[in-house]
Design a protein around this ligand. Structure first.
Ligand code: APR
Length: 252
């Protein structure tokens, strides 16, 4: 398979690139996406029950054990060729990764400028005084419920550092992502269905700023109609071919 000519044309001279990713970029690392027809996480789990601030306030214990177990799964996964290609691209050009993902596979692949719009499985904080909290070790088995720890400073309950339905995105990350989108000379969308707002509106800032948008996706998404090129392939197949086009000749 080759990189389509229209994608090559967008990539070759791009100096300031934003790679906007969702769960699909980690699918080839073995981590679940959310909305794939049969295998999506939300086909098996009710997001209102396990990924909303209201559910946490009602009963934090099932969520606490679920997020610790998901942290174990993410830590046990390895970055795939797509993550590694984005990291290599970041050594050849200015690349900002704006991700909706809460895993750390972009960082573990070597990407240095990563903006997490929805937080991280590996960050925890006090629900009251917001001081960071370290969790050592994650369970390899999903317990039905576990008691979250108490903050050592104020005694309030500690929570996962992820953004749940019903919560605002972190303002600093939003600003960084919005600035990067408007100031890019190429935006590459990989692995997102583009259905969750406000994150999915970020690439539209690039469209409004006449920044070319290239999508890599195995199936059309809510963002496809806004893209200049939508390449029907997967993250681990398509991203390495894009970076091949950027790598200086003679280096491989
Ligand atoms: N390569 C590229 N894309 C893929 C691959 C792959 N190997 N496998 C699946 N995809 C695509 C799917 O076709 C789909 O369009 O990745 C997309 C995943 O979409 P979602 O499961 O909806 O995940 P995402 O868009 O990241 O969800 C956004 O929703 O539940 C919230 O907070 C959660 O951050 C998440 C947000």
């Amino acid at each position: 398979m080759n990189c389509p000519g229209n994608a090559l044309a967008l990539v070759r001279d791009a100096a300031r690139v934003v790679v906007f990713t969702g769960a699909g970029v980690s699918a080839e690392s073995g981590l679940d996406t959310y909305r794939n027809d049969e295998s999506g996480l939300w086909e098996r789990i009710d997001p209102e029950a396990m990924a909303s601030i209201d559910a946490w306030r009602r009963d934090p214990e099932p969520m606490w054990s679920w997020y610790l177990w998901r942290a174990h799964l993410a830590r046990a996964a390895e970055p795939n060729a797509g993550h590694r290609a984005v990291a290599e691209w970041g050594r050849l050009r200015t690349v900002t990764v704006v991700t909706q993902n809460i895993d750390d596979l972009h960082e573990r692949a070597g990407s240095e400028d990563v903006v997490h719009l929805h937080g991280s499985l590996f960050e925890f904080r006090c629900t009251e005084c917001a001081i960071p909290f370290e969790v050592d070790g994650f369970p390899a088995v999903r317990e039905p419920r576990m008691t979250p720890p108490a903050c050592p400073r104020c005694g309030a309950v500690v929570r996962p550092g992820v953004v749940w339905f019903g919560e605002a995105l972190p303002a600093a990350e939003w600003e960084r992502a919005a600035d990067a989108m408007a100031g890019a000379d190429l935006v590459v969308i990989v692995g997102t269905s583009g259905v969750v707002q406000p994150a999915a509106s970020l690439p539209l800032l690039a469209v409004q700023a006449a920044v070319p948008v290239l999508e890599i996706t195995p199936a059309p998404t809510e963002l496809t109609r806004f893209t200049d090129v939508s390449w029907s392939t997967t993250a681990a197949r398509g991203l390495p071919l894009l970076v091949d086009a950027v790598r200086p000749r003679g280096i491989s």
